[in-house]
Structure formats: structure tokens, C-alpha cells
Design a protein around this ligand. Structure first.
Ligand code: 5MM
Length: 337
């Protein structure tokens, strides 16, 4: 991967040539839920085995430019003693780390404020020394009749901006993730409005705090109908509304927009990304930072058994390849068979 001398080069490297990010930063409770779905006990060793299997997949190379890790994983070694971080680097990807510490409820509305600023300075120092070159912080914005409130939007975007500034002071690239949840029966227009308010507020605050946009990656939701909405927007509408919203608020000099999948199916998240890149007309790389939409098929193939590793690795490699194609608009549904 050559010498990467500053955060701008790191950010550009991660999203170069249509590459995207593998989000493997599930906290232990979330990993427990994923493993429950395949009847596997979640413990330090099983989580290590699963992630080692993912990181050794052939299709990581050329398709994945960065991997987001959880605190436990950045310190782990593979079964043969190789640090997991070295396996990621050998695949041509950079290690990143989730640095937020979960959600705290605000009031009674189900909204939350992401925690983790306390002690962050010290933790960033250590993560850099462990090899992390980028970081992630997720803010969650809930859509509902009178939601999101201004309080939830402003406090979460403010925390994201403070986090981003601190991360750059430690020479790492901040990924800023303002996730407007798909949960609910809201329309695509309501999602557009909540996404617009969040992005508008976020980029104003990043600017106020002097964050270098050229060394930052945005990880947003796509603009979609709620998962329980009676009428669902189709692929073209999602693509058009998402690009419209991003173009209104995202500065041209941001190197990469890497979407979360947010509960969309594997195929929907690829098809939406592809449709946006086929439309084009923006300056940023438009790529992916999927958790579930990259891992789901691999998890189901793995089932906690070593003998299933190669099938599971094929599943991850396939999704990584399909999404890399979608990141330059050259995917087609016929490639999925
Ligand atoms: C991988 O999951 C990440 C968060 O996990 P916790 O809830 O356990 O903290 C999550 O932030 C993830 O990186 C993004 O939401 C993208 O994942 P999806 O599955 O939405 O593509």
C-alpha cells in the first residue's frame, strides 16, 4: 500500500478504485445477537475465529480498503499467532476502530445520544499505537411523528464533530456516521427530511470546529422508506433522493461517502449503490461500509464450523466484489447468479 503520509492520503487510499469498508465492529452484545441467529455461543474465541475467517477471505483483496474493528479484535491474534491486524494489512486494507461507547437515552421518546468523548484522547493514543489509521463514531437518529427532535440532532452532530476534531489531532481519519434509522412506517420524504437536517447540522459543526474535510469519511444512511412503510420507494427513487440530499449538504472536497446498509437486504444495498453511481454527477467516491450486507451470507454459511470456512469466505468475497462493482456503477443483477 506504499507510504501513506497524512490523513488525506489515508482517506483517499481507503476508497480508491471503488474499494469499500468492511464494518466488523459489532460490540459483544450485537455479535451475540448475530451468533444467536446461527446457534453459536459468542465468546472471545468464537468471535476471533469468525473474524479471522472473514479477514482471510480472498475477496478482501482489491475490494476492501479498510476494516472497522471492535476494541477486543484490534488486540487479538489469529489461531497461528499472527495479529489480526497484520492479516488485514496483508489484504491491502487499513485497520480502523470503533471509538464510540454506545447510546444513552434522551428523554422518553426513544431518542439517544452517543457516548464516548470522556477519556477519548487517551484511547486514541493507544489505538494509533496499536495500528489503527481510521476511526468510527455512530450517531443514531430516530424517525417518528415528532422525531427527530432538534435536541437529538444538534447534540449528536456536536458530539460527532468534537470526536472528528480529536481524531484528526491524533493523525487518524474520522468516519462520521449519522445513521437515520430505517425502523418505522415513515415515508421516504420523512427520511429525506431527517437526513437533510442531520447532514446540514453536521457539516456546519465540522466546519466550526476546524475539521479537515479532505481527511474525513462520511458514513450515512441512504434515503429510503421506513422498513414498515406501506408503500416502499423503488431503487431509482432511493438513488435519486439520496444523491439529491447528499449534494445539498456534503462538501465537494470530501474524499468518500461510504454507506451503511442499515437492515437493507444484500441485493438492495448493492442495487441502490450501483444505481447512484450510474447516475453520477458528484465529486466524492460513493462506496460502502456495510456490516450486515457484507457479512450475512458468510455468517449463514459459516455456522460456527471450521469445515464451512471456505464456503463462508466465498460468500463474503462475492459480496465484496459485487459492491466494488456497484461503487463504479458496473454491477448488474445477472452477476448474482
Ligand atoms: C457492525 O455494527 C456496527 C455497530 O455495532 P454496535 O451496535 O454493536 O455498536 C454498526 O455501527 C455498523 O458499523 C453500521 O451500522 C453499518 O452496519 P450495517 O449492518 O448497518 O451495514
Amino acid at each position: 500500500m506504499g507510504d501513506l503520509n497524512n490523513i488525506e492520503e489515508v482517506a483517499n487510499y481507503i476508497v480508491a478504485d471503488g474499494k469499500g469498508i468492511l464494518a466488523a465492529d459489532e460490540s459483544n452484545p450485537t455479535c451475540g445477537k448475530r451468533f444467536d441467529s446461527i446457534g453459536v455461543d459468542s465468546n472471545e474465541e468464537s468471535r476471533r475465529d469468525y473474524r479471522e475467517m472473514l479477514f482471510r477471505s480472498e475477496g478482501m483483496k482489491g475490494n476492501i480498503g479498510g476494516v472497522i474493528l471492535f476494541d477486543e479484535t484490534i488486540r487479538q491474534e489469529a489461531e497461528d499467532g499472527t495479529p489480526l491486524i497484520n492479516i488485514i494489512l496483508d489484504q491491502g486494507a487499513l485497520p480502523g476502530i470503533k471509538v464510540d461507547q454506545g447510546l444513552k437515552p434522551i428523554g422518553e421518546s426513544g431518542e439517544s445520544l452517543t457516548q464516548g468523548l470522556e477519556g477519548l484522547d487517551e484511547r486514541l493514543k493507544e489505538y494509533y499505537s496499536l495500528g489503527a489509521r481510521f476511526t468510527k463514531w455512530r450517531a443514531v437518529i430516530k424517525v417518528g411523528d415528532l422525531l427527530p427532535t432538534d435536541e437529538a440532532v444538534v447534540s449528536n452532530m456536536n458530539a460527532l464533530a468534537e470526536y472528528a476534531k480529536l481524531v484528526q489531532d491524533h493523525n487518524m481519519v474520522p468516519m462520521v456516521e449519522p445513521e437515520v434509522l430505517m425502523d418505522g412506517n415513515h415515508s421516504i420524504d420523512h427520511c429525506f427530511e431527517a437526513t437533510a437536517r442531520s447532514l446540514d447540522c453536521l457539516f456546519n459543526l465540522l466546519d466550526d470546529k476546524g475539521v479537515n474535510i479532505k481527511g474525513t469519511i462520511l458514513k450515512p444512511n441512504m434515503v429510503t422508506s421506513g422498513s414498515e412503510a406501506p408503500i416502499k420507494a423503488d431503487i431509482d427513487e432511493v438513488a435519486n433522493q439520496t444523491i439529491k440530499c447528499l449534494k445539498m449538504y456534503v462538501p465537494d472536497d470530501l474524499p468518500g461517502v461510504t454507506f451503511l446498509s442499515g437492515g437493507q437486504s444484500d441485493l438492495d444495498s448493492t442495487a441502490h449503490l450501483d444505481a447512484m453511481n450510474k447516475i453520477g454527477g458528484f465529486t466524492w467516491k460513493l462506496s460502502f461500509s456495510y456490516g450486515r450486507a457484507l457479512q450475512q451470507a458468510a455468517l449463514k454459511a459459516w455456522m460456527g464450523k471450521k469445515e464451512n470456512s471456505s464456503l463462508a469466505q466465498k460468500a463474503l468475497s462475492h459480496r465484496a466484489h459485487m459492491n466494488r462493482l456497484a461503487s463504479d456503477g458496473s454491477w448488474s443483477a445477472s452477476l448474482e447468479n
